[in-house]
Structure formats: C-alpha cells, structure tokens
Design a protein around this ligand. Structure first.
Ligand code: DCT
Ligand code: MG
Length: 505
C-alpha cells in the first residue's frame, strides 16, 4: 500500500454544499479583508475555541463560527491534515478552496497583530491511502509519491536539504567504497525527499513515502532531534572519504586512481602535484594545472558566454546546426562544475564534420587549453544498454576552454596566478549525436543522473522497453520508437512530461 504525504492547499472539486450566508452577523471591526477564518472545534474544545475566536476578532480578524462559503482559512489544533479532511467529508463538504493550517499560523498572526505569510510548515500534511483516493473526491486530484523520479516533479529548490545532504554524503561514501547497493539506496531516498514540497518536520511526515527504510528513518530522526547526524559526521571526518573527495575533484581522476593515491598515503593535492614519480595522464596534468579554476564553480552567465561563443563559431560553419546548452544549466541551475553542449544538424551526416572544424577554430582563437576527442562508436542497430549508468557512444569531446574575463578582477575565488591573467579555465563537454538520436541524447544529457537512471528503470520494469541516450526499444513489439522531441519520449513511455527544471531529482 502506497501512502501520500502532501500539504493541504485544497483545490477541491465538485459542487459546494456549504452554507451560503456570508457573515450576516459580523458585529466587530474587520481590519483584514479577504481573509476569513474558521477554527475547527475538534480536539480544540469549545471553550478554547471561543477564547481564540474573541481574541482574533479583537485584533480585527474575521472569524466565522460556521464553515460558510466565504471562509478562506481553516485552522485546526492537534489534527493532521487527514483528520481535517475526514471531518470535512463527514460534513459532506466536497468543495472548498481554502488553506488548511495548523494553529501555529494562527498563534503567529495573533502575536504579530496581522496575518503573517503562510509558510510550508504551517500547512497540515495529509497522509492518504491511495486505494482510498479513488473513492475520495477530496483526494482524487492527489498524486501518489512514486518510487520513480520520472514520475515525480523535482524543482531545483530543495527544502529538505538538511536530510538530502546527509543522504548524499553517505551515498558518496558508499560510492568511494564501490558498494553500489547502499549507494543507490541513499541516492534514491534523497531523491524522494527532494521532490517534496513541504519540509519534513516530524517522523509522521514520512508516512507513505517510498524508499525510506529504517536506516534512513533513523538518520532523519536524529537530524530532527539534534540538527545533525553523528554517522554522517563520522564519514565526513574519515580519512578515506576526505582523500577520495579531494582526489576525485581533480579533472581526469576517477575512483581507481583515487584508491591508488590513497593507498600510497597521499593527503594533499600539492603532494601529488610535486611528486615526479607519478605517471599522470594528460587530462590529470591539466586538471592539476588549472585545479583552482576548474574547482571553482561555473556560473550561469559564464556558461552562457561560452555557449553563445561556441554557437556563433558553429553557425558560421553549419548555419542550420542545432546547438543546445544542456546538463544542469538546462535544469535551471545557477552554477555547475562544467558546461555541457549538445550539437547536431537536421541534414543527415552534416553533424559529422562539426566537431573537428569547431575545435580547429577554437584552437586558432587560442581558446583551447585541452581537448580529448572520442570518436563515435554508435551503431543504430544495437539495442539500448541494459545498464542504467551506461555511457553513450556518440562522438564527444572533453575540453578545457579559456573564458575571457569581462573586467579585470571581477571574478571571485581566483588564485594569484589567475588574477594576473584575464581568463578563467572552464570545463566544457561537447556531444554530437545524429539528428535522429538528438531527442534521446538531449534527454540523457539534461539529467539529473538520478532521473536518467529512473527513466531507464521505469522503461524496463514498467513498460518492457529499453532506454538509453541513443533510443527506446519496445521489447514487446521488437521496434525502435522514433522521437524528435523529449515530449515524444515521455509519451512513448506513458509518462506525464517533465520540464527540464522539474528533473532535478
Ligand atoms: N551524462 C551522460 N553521459 C556522460 C556524462 C553525463 O549521459 N558520459 C549525463 C548525466 C547528466 C548530464 O549528462 C550532465 O552531466 P554532468 O555535467 O556530470 O551533470 P550536471 O547535472 O550538469 O551537473 P553539474 O552542474 O555539476 O555539471
Ligand atoms: Mg554539467
């Protein structure tokens, strides 16, 4: 049985069966128009309700003693959102567009002497049995929290960051230990919390949420009580975690190299950089040389400046080329660790020459610090990969480009070396799919990684299909499904479309 946890702002459907009169006996001065309160007597008791009613009226709030049409805010004490709903249902009230709020909002209003802004913590949360939602007209518009990120809308703003940060540190630690199972478990749990539109304030708020096992609940409970989790702090202070975090922050350094350097006893970037015996790849050499630039975030305006420059270069070569800024910036992020650009052309095979020509122009413009071209091994007859993390086979290029600074000294977090130069080294990735695969490549490169994994899992487990960055294969019909837009792909999968900024899973 899946349960639902949502705050209560109720757009309830169907015809109203409310009392029609609108405050005919309002014999006190109303100071705040447009706000009409109703205090629920249930669990509050008649005498406290009377007392609070008089108090609010003295302060100029309109309070109705019956649930009339004009009521805009229902305030309850010691009730959950579900209990209030049940009460409304019993009263056969099937339509009411109003806020259902906890007494804390009312108390804050009384303290302030005026209506205070409603925060998500003021909303009462509903735990709703989904099987009941079919019979329950109040709940029919509510969506169950799915175990798949592609069935959840996940905006950029994460109001449960205190929990998701903790889960992500634990996931990362398991990744460093190459222990995939618990790593995925924490990543998925974090992703579920990221999709919530209310902050977790009590353990009851977790009721019905998928993928939150006892281990996760214990951590949430500890954070709710202490504001921190000792297990997470221990991980963060662990030597292995600290070293892996540091080493993998260098461009070109993966888990294997990090493991090697950790075993060799290195602790700092300087130690590695200055050790003549270490054989570094070209990528790693540049990674160390521009460590500070690359390690400082790329801002959205920097990403746009690079994207627009590259697009101009490409359009001079191929005027009808499609050039799209993708990755985190397409999802609305304000900063990222790199710039992801996807390039194609509607004219068949015309995309094939774009990358090499673009690279030579960037070289001539002296903007190219480093590049590594990976040629395409894409085969359009091959079935999509079964592995949810499989990389694609399109032609691509990993680069470090020089981004000209607009004004001297405008960039923050520059080291002394980069203060003298008028450019910043930025990581830029290019991927060049054929036009027929563009929509799949765009969906894949827009991310987030968790969303991509869940799209693939969903296709496989729920639709008997195989999805990757190259295409979607329907195993029941033995056909590849064509798609020219991301909307086409969501439609093939029977999913509601998610805008890029709703994919921050
Ligand atoms: N991706 C992919 N294959 C790769 C690398 C990435 O399909 N070889 C996908 C997953 C997410 C997306 O492309 C962009 O990758 P990143 O740049 O790593 O992620 P991001 O969301 O852009 O994060 P950041 O803002 O830190 O760059
Ligand atoms: Mg990126």
């Amino acid at each position: 049985m899946e349960l639902v946890g949502r705050p209560t702002v109720l757009p309830l459907k169907k015809k109203p069966k409310l009392m029609n009169a609108s405050s005919p006996f309002c014999n006190y001065e109303v100071k705040f128009n447009g706000i009409v309160l109703f205090l629920l007597e249930r669990k509050m008791g008649a005498s406290r309700r009377n007392f609070l009613t008089n108090l609010a009226r003295e302060r100029g709030f309109q309070i109705e003693s019956e649930l009339r049409d004009c009521v805009t805010h229902i305030v309850a004490e010691n009730n959950s959102g579900s209990e209030v709903l049940e009460w409304l249902q019993k009263k056969q009230i099937v339509e009411k567009h109003c806020e259902i709020l906890d007494i804390s909002w009312f108390t804050e209003c009384m303290g302030a002497g005026h209506p205070v802004e409603i925060q998500s913590r003021h909303h009462l949360v509903v735990q709703q049995d989904c099987s009941a939602s079919f019979n329950n007209p109040l709940a029919s518009s509510w969506v169950q929290v799915s175990q798949y990120a592609c069935q959840r809308r996940t905006p950029l703003q994460d109001i449960n960051g205190i929990f998701t940060d903790a889960f992500e540190i634990l996931a990362e630690n398991y990744e460093f230990l190459e222990n995939k199972g618990p790593c995925r478990g924490f990543q998925r749990a974090s992703s579920v919390l990221k999709s919530l539109q209310f902050p977790i304030a009590t353990m009851n708020d977790l009721d019905g949420l998928p993928l939150l096992g006892n281990e996760m609940r214990t951590i949430i409970e500890e954070i709710l009580e202490d504001g921190k989790c000792s297990r997470v702090l221990d991980v963060m202070n662990g030597e292995r975690y600290k070293s892996f975090k540091l080493f993998t922050s260098v461009f070109g350094v993966g888990l294997k190299t990090a493991e090697k350097w950790y075993r060799m006893g290195f602790k700092t970037i300087e130690e590695i950089k200055s050790n003549p015996d270490l054989k570094l790849t070209k990528m790693q050499k540049y990674g160390f040389q521009y460590y500070e630039d690359i390690g400082s975030f790329v801002s959205k305006s920097e990403a746009l400046a690079i994207y627009e420059h590259v697009r101009e270069v490409i359009w001079k070569l191929v005027p009808d080329a499609v050039v799209t800024l993708t990755g985190g910036f397409r999802r609305g992020k304000e900063k990222g660790h790199d710039v992801d650009i996807i390039i194609t052309c509607p004219r068949e095979d015309k995309e094939k020459s774009i990358l090499h020509n673009t690279i030579s122009i960037l070289k001539n413009q002296e903007l190219l610090i480093f590049y590594d071209i990976i040629e395409s091994t894409f085969d359009n007859k091959k079935l999509p990969s079964k592995c949810v993390d499989a990389l694609d086979h399109f032609q691509k290029c990993f680069t470090i480009l020089k981004l000209q600074k607009k004004k001297e000294g405008t960039m923050e977090s520059m080291n002394s070396d980069s203060k003298i130069r008028n450019w910043k080294a930025v990581r830029v990735d290019f991927v060049i799919p054929p036009y027929k695969q563009y929509a799949y490549a765009l969906l894949g490169w827009t991310g987030s990684r968790q969303l991509e994994r869940d799209l693939r899992r969903y296709a496989n487990h729920e639709k008997n299909m195989m999805l990757d960055n190259h295409g979607l294969y329907d195993k029941s019909k033995n056909v590849f499904l064509e798609a020219y837009t991301e909307q086409d792909i969501f439609k093939h999968l029977g999913l509601e479309y998610l805008e890029p900024w709703e994919r921050n899973a």
